[in-house]
Design a protein around this ligand. Structure first.
Ligand code: MRU
Length: 348
């Protein structure tokens, strides 16, 4: 596991005035780290998926807001808060679907507002502490998800996963892949099938890369091969991550997830969704209320190809996520435990 955990997806530099991220668009070929200073650089990195995965963009938002807030010159609270809010709103609108970005930014905002009587320099220190806490909370959550998730798995299982909900998408270990790593440490010898995950290939570029690096047996498949491996009896569980879970258990995750849930249901294979409790959107009644990010057509027609692979001006529909209805989900595993239907994630 050291081979994997030596990779730090998001961190602050030693001076704590810049964000260092692993550029995930350069994987698997190149392990390149980027140093980001401004809100524009951070926003661009999130929009272009240089850093991605719901928990990782939450952590990026928190650290990013801290390093930008630290440079605000204003010493009076009102002027400071005006600039702070402008940066926060800019980062908030970079990606709409994952709940973690918004909730991390809201936590940072709360720190500022509840300390408005304190000197601005003091508030900046508290923002640093909050960002560190959000990061540390995610590390703990991922380990807990791993422990709960592993109780549902047995040695030698074939596991299908989609997109990347592993170490690269979080602070450490992953969500859907956390039980896989924990099991691997205990000698479970899982056989993982990684969907390549069109159009951005997170499964091929990231999941296959990190599982291989951690010494897990991984086989890469085209998305359309999922039914075949299920039909052949090679898969005993599907493990996927989540970007937002509605209070009724409907799940937004990388596009293609809901097709897998339908298949798993047909072949009678357990379909598990894994994510930190911070990904449960308790204000959201059901999947129809979740905003689905739509991305550029070029991701489908050109990106990753040597030349364009679709007729010019063809219409393209490129949603980045889809909604899996709660009725197709066997269980939702969070850091707080294993939740079975009927799901009810309500406000505390
Ligand atoms: O568009 P991406 O690559 O950010 O999408 C990521 C996913 O859909 C993951 O499954 C999800 O964020 C869970 S990450 C632990």
């Amino acid at each position: 596991m050291k081979e994997l955990t030596s990779i730090k997806t998001v961190r602050l530099n030693t001076e704590k005035d810049a964000l260092i991220i692993l550029d995930q668009t350069r994987l698997p070929g190149n392990e390149v780290y980027l140093t980001l200073h401004t809100k524009e650089e951070i926003g661009e990195a999130i929009i272009h998926l240089k850093v991605r995965g719901a928990p990782a963009i939450g952590i990026t938002g928190a650290y990013g807001l801290y390093i930008c807030a630290r440079r605000i010159q204003a010493t009076g609270f009102d002027a400071f808060y005006e600039e702070f809010t402008e940066i926060k709103n800019y980062l908030l609108h970079t990606r709409p679907t994952a709940v973690n970005l918004g909730s991390a930014l809201r936590k940072m905002d709360h720190v500022v507002l509840s300390n408005r009587e304190e000197p601005v320099e003091e508030i900046k220190g508290l923002l640093y502490e909050e960002a560190e806490a959000i990061h540390a909370e995610d590390v703990l959550a991922c380990h807990k998800i791993g422990e709960y998730g592993l109780t549902l798995l047995t040695p030698g299982m074939g596991i299908l996963t989609h997109c990347n909900a592993g170490h690269l998408a979080v602070s450490e270990y992953g969500t859907a892949l956390a039980p896989v790593y924990l099991g691997t440490e205990k000698g479970y010898n899982f056989h993982v099938f990684a969907d390549e995950t069109r159009p951005l290939l997170q499964g091929a570029r990231l999941t296959a890369y990190e599982l291989q690096r951690a010494g897990v047996d991984v086989t890469l498949i085209c998305d359309s091969v999922a039914a075949t491996v299920m039909q052949k009896g090679l898969v005993q569980a599907v493990l996927v991550g989540c970007d937002r879970v509605a209070s009724n258990g409907d799940v937004a995750n990388k596009v293609g997830t809901s097709a897998l849930a339908v298949l798993a249901n047909y072949y009678n294979i357990p379909f598990y969704v894994l994510g930190p409790s911070s990904t449960m959107d308790r204000q959201c009644p059901d999947g129809s209320a979740i905003i689905i990010e739509e991305r550029k057509p070029e991701e489908v027609t050109e990106l990753w190809y040597k030349e364009r692979m679709a007729p010019k001006e063809v219409k393209v529909f490129n949603p980045a996520f889809d909604i899996t209805p709660h009725s197709l989900i066997t269980a939702i595993i969070t850091n707080q435990g294993i939740h079975y239907p009927p799901y009810q994630f309500v406000a505390d």
